[in-house]
Design a protein around this ligand. Structure first.
Ligand SMILES: Cc1cc2nc3c(=O)[nH]c(=O)nc-3n(C[C@H](O)[C@H](O)[C@H](O)COP(=O)(O)O)c2cc1C
Length: 193
């Protein structure tokens, strides 16, 4: 699969098979984050792998899923993520806000995971205080995002965006995700005619 094919195939996944992910694979995914572009090459992004069942359960309880269709979009019991990555900003390594560094690392990891058929959900809606305690993070470590991981157990479809950006589920439980058309987002040379 080419990078372009992987990008086109990628969708946010919220239903997962319960097959565990190997430590080698998790390390490969984090390595793809580690090597992402970094502003001033400060490299403030750090990672916690959460793969032990009691921790996986605790992390699940700190996350909010698919806000537009809640609670229908919550991963049901038996289809929950098998592992998570907490994506952290180490404030001792950075001079300010590093969300762009985090985003570059996260997208790298999402694509490398998918290359190995591992689906993911990027989560920003997190009970950060609770997760900070669960992961024993010192105060200079900031939780940017959580990446939920597992082999995919759903196949969302993209739709042309008409009136609403809100994704929906059909009667069969398939998630439909509206996307703006290329012609609506692409400009040449001048934005205004
Ligand atoms: C910064 C960011 C934060 C997100 N936070 C959440 C979240 O907290 N919960 C969730 O279920 N999905 C979350 N998502 C996933 C989006 O809902 C998803 O990307 C969007 O619906 C488009 O679907 P697609 O990824 O399949 O293109 C987040 C995505 C991004 C980029």
């Amino acid at each position: 699969m080419s990078v372009y094919e992987t990008v086109i195939r990628r969708r946010t996944i919220r239903r997962f098979k319960q097959t565990p992910l190997s430590d080698d694979l998790l390390k490969r995914i984090v390595n793809a984050g580690r090597l992402a572009p970094s502003s001033a090459n400060l490299q403030p992004i750090e990672y916690v792998v959460i793969d032990k069942p009691p921790f996986v359960e605790k992390v699940f309880a700190t996350l909010k899923w698919a806000g537009y269709i809640s609670p229908e979009g919550d991963p049901p019991l038996g289809e929950r993520p098998v592992a998570y990555l907490a994506i952290l900003i180490n404030n001792k390594k950075s001079s300010g806000c590093c969300q762009r560094d985090a985003a570059a690392a996260i997208e790298n990891m999402i694509l490398v995971a998918l290359e190995e058929d591992v689906g993911s959900c990027w989560l920003g809606s997190i009970d950060r205080d609770t997760l900070q305690n669960i992961l024993k993070l010192p105060e200079y470590i900031i939780i940017d995002s959580v990446l939920a991981l597992g082999y995919s157990n759903e196949t969302p479809a993209i739709e042309r965006l008409e009136d609403s950006v809100k994704y929906w589920k059909d009667k069969e439980g398939t998630l439909h995700v509206p996307k703006r058309d290329l012609g609506d987002v692409l400009f040449y040379n001048e934005y205004l005619k």
